[in-house]
Write a protein that binds this ligand. Structure first.
Ligand code: HDE
Length: 697
């Protein structure tokens, strides 16, 4: 028998004497500081399995080993079939304008009212481990934990969708995702299957214009708009309905990167967007969006040039104003990525009194899909009990019971209604959810309304609303994507559609794709309306932010640099609410011209300029002109039209980067505090887009 006095005390972590143990991390768990099995038995040795003899076979009776491996084997759940890669955070929604006259929805009851929210941003096509800066639509889902139940706006960062009817969704997603035989490409639409499907789907053309624009390569989650896409209904206490479209407007303004930057970012930091959100919340810079609503009645809907139930159409802000009614603030990162971000379950059918659906056939299909997919993904019908999904602002009392992973142990015999025991919850006709009393008549048919037939007019309107630079980006994106299609017929079919949108765009694409003849435009169900006015709200570049808030200046230094200038730049950036990162050849610190060791945030090799919004070059006596990483840093910043600040000491590096004499108004000489301030003020504008014309190939 073992001598009990020789046993190791439980609270001392055991390290393997055979050398296989390594570091022992003790996780703080709710249960205390003793490591236990899931059954609560304290574990004596977490490094060595139970063996018969030494060396000898491992024993089946080792329940500690078997339980540990069993749980590990089952750690993964199916990833979402779309929107697999996502990132979430907690926050609050504050009502800034009471809407009691138009909706009885709880979050809008009174000005100043706060409602807890959870938000998940996502890309659509890529799997869980795909890079953040894929050219892709972004999901923007918000769960409001209201006093009358959970309400979800499951939106995107683009206000329209590719298809008009849910029955087409599996085909769209199959075409977009990696081809079933070869299993690639990952997280991209640039392949034959996608463009084959799209070129045979004219209703997709409006969304394609958005998809090819800079909207799908956002700078970060915090610089994107969000849209509910469909027309919903607000319903007031009298049962009167008002149509509503939801918009999220980022306080940081709309900002995107350029394509080459996106591609390089994905290598330098595939987690760029999630890191950006985490860092912003961590430094207390809580990102904010305003909630805007477009509200209109049946008369407006009847007179509008398109069907408001068609999810491939917008209502331009000029035709129906976006009224701001609340503010979303994200101020708390998740404690546990899996428990919250992965297990959160959004559903368009999660509505509360005061919010109702319309007959948009895409919305109707979505109302079925989310619950269905979540049953599979989360393993049973009780996922509503998971903390991130459970209502927080109101009691929950149902007669639902049992099922996988039931955590409620309801007491008593009554699990049905009506019952004569006088127990249990009852439906409440006045407080309960009552659907909008919408008259419905007609034949049961598979049909697409005639009012959904104009597929090109708003695609054109989007295109003509862009600046020349943005139009250039759309053309370049189309050429990039279609050049990846091996099948010439697909390229031609797409260019043919472009003829209905803008002939110059079509001709530009044909030229750059090397088409020998212009293809004939396909027959259009309705001709393009050429008289739709451009809408400024559709352009990113036309509405630059008015400060450098939340953005990052990357300052490249080397030994002997001007410490005073770094200080001046830091003050100027921090005054704007921005962040400075200091890049140098060594991470351990860099000596300034006054022999002070300055902290460095990033080592040059791991911090290319694509990770920063603007850059400053203030090297010291240590020459960087021979460093390929420093040269890339400068060349990329220049090619991506970034504002570049430079001190005299950077002239060698600028020359070595091939930019001697390439000075333009986006390159700013730095010498003192005044020039540092002027530089940071210039950086407010997103980029120095005029440079693009000089760089075009
Ligand atoms: Fe989704 N969508 N979707 N979708 N969707 C899902 O639900 C679906 C559509 C959107 O962060 C799935 O839980 C159908 C439009 C977001 O967890 C699934 C149709 C819009 C998210 C599903 C659409 C969206 C999803 C996969 C066409 C913008 C991520 C995992 C009728 C308004 C939510 C899941 C999150 C996720 C179905 C079209 C947004 C399969 C059938 C339009 C942001 O249920």
């Amino acid at each position: 028998m073992a001598d009990p006095t020789k046993q190791t005390p439980h609270f001392e972590p055991l390290i393997s004497k055979t050398g296989s143990g390594g570091e022992v991390h003790q996780h703080a768990t709710e249960g205390g500081d003793r490591l236990t099995t899931a059954q609560g038995v304290v574990v004596a040795d977490n490094q060595n399995s139970l063996r018969a003899g030494a060396p000898g076979p491992t024993l089946m009776e080792d329940f500690v080993l078997r339980e540990k491996i069993f749980h590990f084997d089952h750690e993964r759940i199916p990833e979402r079939v779309v929107h697999a890669r996502g990132y979430g955070a907690h926050g609050t929604f504050t009502c800034t304008r009471a809407l009691g006259d138009v909706t009885r929805a709880a979050p809008f009851a009174r000005e100043g009212l706060e409602t807890e929210v959870f938000v998940r941003f996502s890309t659509v096509a890529g799997s869980k481990g795909s890079p953040d800066l894929a050219r892709d639509v972004r999901g923007f889902s918000v769960k409001f934990y209201t006093s009358e139940g959970n309400w979800d706006i499951v939106g995107n960062n683009i206000p329209v969708f590719f298809i008009q009817d849910a029955i087409k969704f599996p085909d769209l997603v199959h075409a977009l995702k990696p081809a079933p035989d070869r299993g690639f490409p990952q997280a991209q639409s640039a392949h034959d299957n996608f463009w084959d499907f799209i070129s045979l789907t004219p209703e997709a053309m409006h969304m394609v214009m958005w998809q090819m624009s800079d909207r799908t390569i956002p700078r970060s989650f915090t610089t994107m708009e969000g849209f509910g896409v469909h027309t919903f209904r607000f319903v007031n206490t009298e049962g009167v309905s008002t149509f509503v479209k939801f918009h999220w407007k980022p306080r940081m303004g709309l900002q995107s990167v350029v394509w080459d930057e996106a591609v390089k970012s994905n290598g330098a930091d595939p987690d760029r967007h999630r890191r950006d959100l985490w860092d912003a919340i961590d430094r207390g810079d809580s990102p904010q969006w305003d909630l805007g609503v477009q509200m209109f009645d049946q008369n407006f809907a009847d007179s509008f040039a398109f069907d408001v139930l068609d999810p491939t159409k917008i209502i331009p802000e000029e035709d129906c104003a976006v009224e701001l009614v609340g503010t979303l603030t994200l101020n708390r990162a998740v404690d546990n990525f899996f428990a919250e971000t992965e297990q959160v379950a959004f559903c368009t059918a999660n509505v509360i009194p005061g919010i109702d659906f319309t007959d948009d056939p895409l919305l109707q299909g979505r109302n079925f899909s989310y619950l269905d997919t979540q049953l599979k993904r989360l393993g049973g019908p009780n996922f509503t009990k998971l903390p991130v999904n459970a209502p927080k602002g109101c009691p929950v009392s149902t007669y639902q019971q049992d099922g996988h992973m039931q955590t409620d142990a309801r007491k008593g015999r009554v699990n049905y209604e009506p019952n004569g025991w006088g127990e249990g919850p009852r439906a409440h006709p006045l407080e309960g959810y009552v659907s909008y009393k919408q008259p419905v008549t007609g034949d049961k048919l598979r049909l697409r309304p005639e009012s959904f037939a104009d597929h090109y007019s708003q695609a054109r309107q989007f295109y003509i609303s862009q600046t020349a630079s943005e139009q250039g980006h759309i053309l370049a994106a189309l050429v990039f994507e279609l050049s990846k299609c091996k099948e010439a017929a697909i390229r031609e079919r797409m260019v043919a559609h472009l003829m209905h949108i803008d002939t110059e765009l079509a001709e530009g694409a044909a030229e750059k794709l090397g088409l020998t003849d212009m293809p004939k435009p396909p027959p259009a169900a309705q001709p393009t309306q050429m008289d739709l006015k451009p809408s400024r709200a559709l352009s990113i570049q036309s509405r630059p932010p008015d400060s450098f808030k939340g953005r990052i200046l990357g300052v490249l230094i080397s030994d002997g640099f001007d410490g005073g200038l770094l200080m001046a730049l830091t003050c100027a950036v921090e005054d704007e609410g921005g962040v400075v990162r200091v890049i140098a050849p060594k991470i351990g610190g860099t000596m300034c011209n006054n022999d002070h060791l300055h902290p460095v945030t990033d080592q040059l090799g791991g911090a290319p300029s694509v990770l920063f919004d603007a850059v400053a070059l203030i090297p010291g006596t240590q020459n960087l002109a021979l460093s390929p990483a420093a040269i890339d840093f400068v060349q990329d910043a220049h090619a991506h039209c970034k504002h570049i600040g430079w001190s005299e000491t950077a002239l060698d590096l600028i020359a070595a980067s091939g930019l001697d004499g390439a000075q333009d108004d986006g390159m700013h000489a730095l010498s003192d505090a005044a020039s540092a301030e002027a530089f940071v003020t210039a950086c407010r504008s997103l980029r120095f887009w005029d440079r693009e014309a000089m760089l075009a190939v």
